[in-house]
Write a protein that binds this ligand. Structure first.
Ligand SMILES: Nc1ncnc2c1ncn2[C@@H]1O[C@H](COP(=O)(O)OP(=O)(O)OP(=O)(O)O)[C@@H](O)[C@H]1O
Ligand SMILES: [Mg+2]
Length: 480
């Protein structure tokens, strides 16, 4: 377990020739400092973030905003342009992925194709336990693990051309037995007798000789028993126990994804990095696996950074959420704080479904909000915060759930229903103002009342739930 600290992280990718010319033209026309280099594309721009020890941090943002690049940088699969990454008390900038003590689940996972699900899950555990025993750090995490799986697959394929599966398995077993026997004989020939050492060699021999057999028939050393317990616990939680004896090619995409997740979670790294690990699952399995991951993470207490562009995942899984846009962090906060107090227009629109409605309005002190089609007075408590905006144009934000259907009244909005989406547990409406059909908004209403397209409704705004933003800075004015 460890804290992860990201300090002034920048990452640019070099542009190819054609892209450089295009960007040079844009830079010449642009005043934006971020666009200043015509030979590189800056993808992460000054990211500062501390993920506390044991925290579940969700990284969320639209496609292409730099989430995977940031995660890959933490894993050591991308070289930073500038900045520092700390994992625990180690500055890991110059450490290769294998030395960073992380386990990563990729958007495109890779399993070892020739190993059963059980052995895929046990793989990292066996390595870490062996190497802990010899004082070495676990090797082969992240990219190198993926690379090895692919290399092994290539080697296997080339061998398959000349050797049948049974022949190969017998040869491998014979080689293992031969090697172990040689080791035992050499040891006995050259050493004074040491019972413990002979016992270990004998045990290793039995483990090696039976490793290719189905799991039930293998000789299990104490270490292997511990591996087995851990594998079964993770498999049970992720509901992949019945698949333990299958090969990856005998699994569906969703099953493979859960095995990849299990393989990372079965190990005991300082940090989990997960990049959209649930994208291949159907809605039901996605919801189940979501809570399994959270449960497992809580049990293990392992610091986790989890990338998604799914809002529900972000809101339900994270202790905190970091919202990114165009390579920059927009806000880092607990889920409900993001919903209740979005720091700027981007966050306000990104969090909440359907998204917040926005209207340009005029503010007159102390508390009057006016739009060409409606006006209302804000609750008194807002007065002192808004004094300096007297006479200015602001952006009013109203969430779809803060508009409600009411009987006709002068203070309510008259709207016409354009689209009805009845989801069963609630209904989404798209409506336009009767007096100004170009002004549209989304409304979220209880499902009891049946509503028809074209129907006229009267909506009331829940005034103490509205948001106001500065149109120049796009920052929230209230609530803040
Ligand atoms: N190796 C690379 N070379 C050049 N540009 C890259 C490279 N990798 C990523 N990018 C660019 O960096 C930006 C961020 O990519 P990244 O994969 O981090 O986005 P993301 O937020 O993970 O998106 P998604 O949600 O679609 O996975 C994109 O514009 C992408 O084109
Ligand atoms: Mg990505």
């Amino acid at each position: 377990m460890a804290q992860v600290v990201l300090e002034n992280i920048y990452k640019s990718f070099p542009l190819r020739q054609g892209e450089q010319e295009k960007k040079a033209k844009n830079v010449a026309e642009s005043v934006s400092p971020e666009a200043s280099s015509s030979t590189s594309n800056s993808v992460l721009r000054r990211i500062n973030l501390t993920v506390e020890d044991g925290e579940f941090m969700v990284l969320v943002g639209p496609s292409g905003c730099g989430k995977s690049t940031l995660l890959r940088s933490i894993a050591g699969l991308e070289v930073l342009t500038a900045g520092n990454i700390w994992i625990g008390d180690r500055l890991v900038n110059d450490l290769p992925p294998k030395d960073r003590d992380i386990a990563m689940v990729f958007q495109n996972y890779a399993l070892y194709p020739h190993l059963t699900v059980y052995d895929n899950l046990a793989f990292g555990l066996r390595r870490s336990q062996t190497e802990e025993g010899t004082g070495k750090k676990e090797e082969g995490r992240g990219k190198s693990e993926e690379g090895r799986a692919k290399k092994e697959e290539r080697r296997r394929k080339s061998e398959e051309k000349t050797e049948t599966e049974t022949e190969k398995s017998s040869r491998v077993q014979a080689e293992v037995i031969q090697k172990k026997l040689e080791e035992v004989i050499n040891y006995l020939a050259s050493n004074t007798v040491n019972n413990d050492r002979i016992y270990t060699l004998g045990e290793d021999f039995l483990v090696g000789a039976t490793r290719k057999l189905p799991p039930g028939l293998r000789y299990l050393s104490e270490r292997e028993k511990a591996v087995g317990e851990r594998v079964r616990a993770v498999a049970q939680l992720l509901q992949i126990e019945p698949l333990l004896n299958r090969l990856p090619k005998q699994l569906s995409g969703g099953q493979k994804q859960r095995v990849a997740l299990g393989r990372a979670m079965a190990r005991n790294p300082a940090v989990f990095l997960m990049d959209e690990p649930l994208s291949n699952l159907d809605a039901k399995l996605r919801a189940e696996t979501r809570s399994q991951i959270v449960q497992l993470q809580r049990q293990l207490g392992t610091t986790t950074i989890y990338v998604t562009h799914d809002q529900t995942e972000a809101m339900t899984m994270g202790d905190r959420i970091a919202i990114m846009n165009a390579g920059q962090l927009q806000q880092v906060a607990q889920p409900l704080e993001l919903y209740n107090k979005p720091a700027n227009l981007f966050v306000a629109e990104f969090i909440g479904s359907p998204p917040m409605n926005f209207f340009p309005v005029q503010f007159t002190a102390p508390l009057l909000i006016s739009h060409p089609q409606f006006r209302f007075t804000l609750p008194d408590i807002w007065a002192k915060n808004l004094q300096k905006y007297d006479g200015r144009g602001l952006i009013l934000g109203i969430r779809p759930e803060h508009l409600s259907i009411h009987p006709p009244a002068t203070k309510n909005l008259s709207v016409q229903v354009e689209i009805v989406e009845a989801l069963g547990h609630e209904t989404y409406l798209r409506v336009c103002l009767t007096d100004a059909p170009a002004v549209r908004m989304q409304v979220r209403v209880p499902p009891e009342r049946s509503i028809r397209v074209g129907e006229e409704l009267w909506l009331a705004i829940t005034h103490d739930k509205i948001h106001l933003f500065d149109p120049d800075t796009e920052l929230a004015i209230f609530p803040r």
